[in-house]
Write a protein that binds this ligand. Structure first.
Ligand SMILES: NC(=O)c1ccc[n+]([C@@H]2O[C@H](COP(=O)([O-])OP(=O)(O)OC[C@H]3O[C@@H](n4cnc5c(N)ncnc54)[C@H](O)[C@@H]3O)[C@@H](O)[C@H]2O)c1
Length: 327
């Protein structure tokens, strides 16, 4: 007689992306059956190549804007380009990915009675007028700007999650993710950590905007993935939204010096005018996550940068040409 597995069947959409690939790894190591679904818009097989031979790992090329019929117990919905250069490449598709993608994954969760987690973002707060941002802040978003396809798409996805929860009693979790970095992030996605590392490794000057005094917080990917898994495991009564990020604040100048130290580069810094929409401060209030997930980020920035630089130095990073096509 067939022995039925007690393994959980977990779907990760966007599983071949930066955060998704680390999540797939961790879920597999914890003894789950993992189904990674991705359309490879910004993700790549390279990110999950080391998992392809694992008997409990499965990869499906699929676009979440179309319905998906699979039997699973839990869904992590991460599919969506995250960097401005990527999500502004085809803004209509970005909104579809967030909105149609959410509808399709929520429909799937409803049909198979799965628990479902949404990778939302700090961008739902827009250009915030309160610091640090708590989950009860409703945000300050321009609905018709260039970033709206991402910000409003993610906001609408949150709305859909809560309406499915209220209307269909779906078990939902909503994570508002703040700036995350680590190995497998895109080398030229225009974000500050990858920019600085690429510039430092090439011996080029690091570009700072304004005086470099604006502050940011950076969460190492292992910490973030740990939080997502803890969030999924919380009791059904806890839905979020919950901020996930690292509240330690660094100025952009501090970051530049840490990257120069981590790479051993002789690069200098150059200053350019501050773009008009550059926020002066971004910092999560993570009290809710501390309380409900018993979680705090553990990896300090210098250590996380050391690991990320090691990845960027490696052959894998050199063999990631796809992003240039969208830049
Ligand atoms: N990295 C961050 O700092 C950050 C911050 C806030 C929120 N997030 C969210 O976390 C999630 C993962 O982000 P990431 O940084 O790993 O980005 P990423 O671009 O590396 O990963 C996104 C993945 O989704 C896939 N994808 C895109 N559109 C798809 C579609 N229509 N169908 C199927 N797959 C599709 C891409 O190919 C890619 O593999 C995203 O939802 C993003 O909005 C990330």
């Amino acid at each position: 007689m067939r022995k039925y597995s007690i393994r959980k069947r977990v779907l990760v959409t966007g599983g071949a992306g930066f955060i998704g690939s680390h999540l797939c790894e961790k879920l597999l190591a914890a003894g789950n059956d993992v189904l990674c679904v991705d359309n490879f818009f910004t993700g790549t097989r390279d990110n999950i190549a080391h998992l392809l031979g694992e008997p409990h790992f499965e990869l499906a090329r699929h676009d979440v804007t179309f319905p998906l019929y699979v039997e699973v117990d839990e869904i992590y919905n991460l599919a969506c380009p995250a960097a401005p250069v990527h999500y502004q490449y085809d803004p209509v598709q970005t909104t579809k990915t967030s909105v149609h993608g959410a509808i399709n994954m929520l429909g799937l969760a409803k049909r198979v009675k799965a628990k479902i987690l949404q990778a939302s973002t700090s961008e739902v707060y827009g250009d915030p007028q309160v610091h640090p941002q708590r989950e009860d802040y409703w945000g300050h978003v321009n609905p018709i700007g260039l970033r709206a396809c991402y910000d409003e798409g993610k906001r609408c996805a949150e709305t859909l999650f809560f309406d499915y929860h209220r209307q269909h009693r779906l078990r939902i979790k909503v994570a508002r993710i703040f700036n995350t970095y680590g190995p497998r992030m895109h080398p030229n996605d225009g974000r500050v950590v990858s920019n600085f590392i690429v510039q430092a490794l090439a011996g080029e000057p690091l570009t700072l905007y304004g005086k470099g005094a604006q502050t940011r917080s950076f969460c190492y990917v292992d910490d973030l993935v740990d939080a997502l898994i803890r969030l999924m495991a919380t009791p059904d009564g806890f839905t979020g939204p919950v901020n996930l990020g690292n509240p330690a604040e660094f100025t952009i100048s501090d970051l530049a010096q840490l990257v120069i130290a981590a790479t051993g580069s002789k690069s200098k810094v150059v200053f350019r005018p501050l773009p008009p929409d550059d926020p002066l401060q971004r910092k999560p209030d993570i009290s809710l996550a501390e309380q409900h997930l018993s979680w705090r980020p553990r990896i300090p920035l210098d250590e996380g940068l050391r690991r990320t630089v090691a990845y960027f130095r490696g052959a894998e990073a050199a063999a990631l040409p796809r992003v240039a096509a969208y830049a």
